[in-house]
Design a binder for this molecule. Structure first.
Ligand SMILES: [Zn+2]
Length: 485
């Protein structure tokens, strides 16, 4: 067995793991690096394998940091099958088309600025375009199903529920008596919408994400109560209530929670505007694949109701309609992307509302300290939005408990089922992984951190003592949110 990570080694974004097993060359996930310029530059690095020689790609789930470099893989010559679950295939199309559009927009904007200084030759072209995305989507094979096995040559691929976002899976690969498990991103067992992850089989090696391997989440019902209190305080102020939100999973959790709180009378039925075309498209897939969700949501769907539609919901489609919301009088909730306020329609709402004392900003996602959201949450009195200095007079509420990632207890419960499998840590900050290594060694587990840019045999001990020398520390902390929290 030969393994080399092309991302999420010693960091949380850019997930991708190249594996040679059973005579096949496979890539598990092919995500985009996100966060800062240094991370994003890594998207342009060559792959440590020949793209055209890959036999197949396997996807764990549709988050951009797990699928965002697929069209680039296509561009570099890959034409093989991309296996995933049916809901993942549906979401991947929304995610990749949005990614191509954002890259084109960013390129156009940078070119405009660079022309003024005569530096247009220094502007980098987008990684890929919409045509690459459409060609990539044609390679998708939505043949992975929970609890089932797919056979590729001598290799068996078992798909199990990861409970992180709609369609998310962990994969167990078996060949010639060797077995390795890829966790993908594992869900919070109190996520609000997703059924719990299933437990893996005993294995020889396991790669596990460690986003929140150093903490325990607050119970979901406490978080919902905190959210309701923030909304009620906000309603009393009489202004707009802005909720910045990521399009996949977080938006649907918030819509479902709003519906429940409004139906039970805990929060008044004020208008709710969903101002994110991408979130609206993703929500349609949650409706389509409702059988995947927790029983109480399934029952609402089977009863003919839409669990993601508070009775006062308006879906805003055009940008003109979005701008008209500035003139809307009275209390209303506006849900818009993106979750860290670094772009998207939430920015123009912030520009028009943040300076008013009657406005409330309810933050339900992790904010990187360097993002606009991070600065507001940390108490900035003035922030720059779309080229203008805006005073922060709004009430800011931070609700930390809506996480889509497993916490330490979740991860340990899942890992225990793998028996004596050698544990490889990925998808985490180095200091979090080191804390988790300590916990694992206290439980008698052999564990290592997957090294960056180096191939390993996952069945051997790479670093005696479980700690590679000279690990990077620092800016990875800021990228946690990009990984979908
Ligand atoms: Zn994820």
């Amino acid at each position: 067995m030969h393994l080399q990570s092309i991302g999420a080694a010693e960091t949380v974004t850019g997930s991708g793991h190249y594996l040679e097993l059973g005579g096949l060359k496979l890539l598990i996930d092919c995500g985009l690096f996100q966060g800062n310029d240094e991370q994003e530059a890594r998207n342009r690095e060559p792959f440590p394998f020949e793209a055209a020689a890959l036999d197949a790609v396997l996807l764990t789930h549709a988050h951009l940091d797990h699928v965002g470099r697929l069209p680039l893989l296509y561009r570099r010559g890959f034409r093989g099958p991309v296996y995933c679950t049916p809901p993942t295939a549906a979401l991947v199309s929304t995610v990749l088309l949005d990614s191509a559009r954002l890259q084109q927009d960013g390129y156009t904007r940078e070119l405009k600025w660079a022309r003024r200084t005569g530096h247009e030759s220094q502007v980098q072209l987008p990684l890929y375009d919409e045509e690459d995305v459409h060609n990539t989507l044609a390679l998708l094979r939505p043949q992975l199903e929970f609890g089932r096995e797919l056979t590729l040559g001598q290799l068996k691929i078992r798909t199990e529920r990861a409970g992180h976002i709609l369609g998310s899976a962990f994969l167990t690969l078996t060949s010639g008596g060797e077995r390795i498990v890829f966790s993908g991103d594992l869900g919070n067992r109190e996520s609000g919408l997703q059924q719990d992850f299933t437990l893996p089989q005993e294995a020889d090696a396991v790669l596990i994400e460690t986003t929140y391997a150093d903490r325990t989440h607050r119970p979901l019902d406490q978080t919902v109560q905190e959210f309701a209190r923030a909304l009620n305080q906000s309603v009393r102020l009489g202004g707009k209530i802005l909720i910045p939100s990521f399009a996949i999973e977080r938006t649907q959790v918030i819509l479902y929670t709003l519906k429940r709180l409004m139906d039970s009378g805990e929060v008044p039925r004020i208008p709710v505007f969903l101002d994110s075309p991408m979130a609206a498209r993703a929500t349609n897939e949650y409706f389509e694949y409702g059988d995947e969700l927790i029983p109480e949501v399934r029952d609402i769907l089977r009863g003919g109701e839409d669990p993601f539609r508070p009775s006062t919901l308006h879906v805003v489609t055009s940008s003109q309609e979005s701008q008209r919301l500035n003139r809307y009088d009275g209390s209303a909730i506006i849900l818009a992307g993106n979750g860290m306020m670094t772009g998207g329609r939430i920015q123009h709402h912030l520009k028009h509302q943040l300076w008013k004392p009657s406005t409330s900003l309810v933050v339900v996602s992790y904010q990187s300290p360097s993002s606009l959201g991070g600065r507001i949450v940390e108490g900035a009195k003035e922030v720059r939005i779309m080229g203008e200095e805006i005073a922060v007079k709004a009430q800011v509420h931070t609700i930390g408990g809506f996480s889509a990632h497993a916490d330490q207890d979740d991860l340990l419960a899942w890992l225990d089922a793998t028996g004596k499998a050698k544990v490889w840590l990925v998808h985490g900050e180095v200091n979090v992984m080191e804390t988790f290594l300590g916990v694992l060694s206290g439980r008698g587990r052999e564990a290592d951190i997957v090294p960056r840019g180096e191939a390993v045999d996952p069945l051997s001990t790479h670093f005696p003592g479980g700690r590679p020398p000279g690990l990077e520390t620092g800016p990875v902390r800021e990228m946690r949110a990009e990984a979908g929290e």
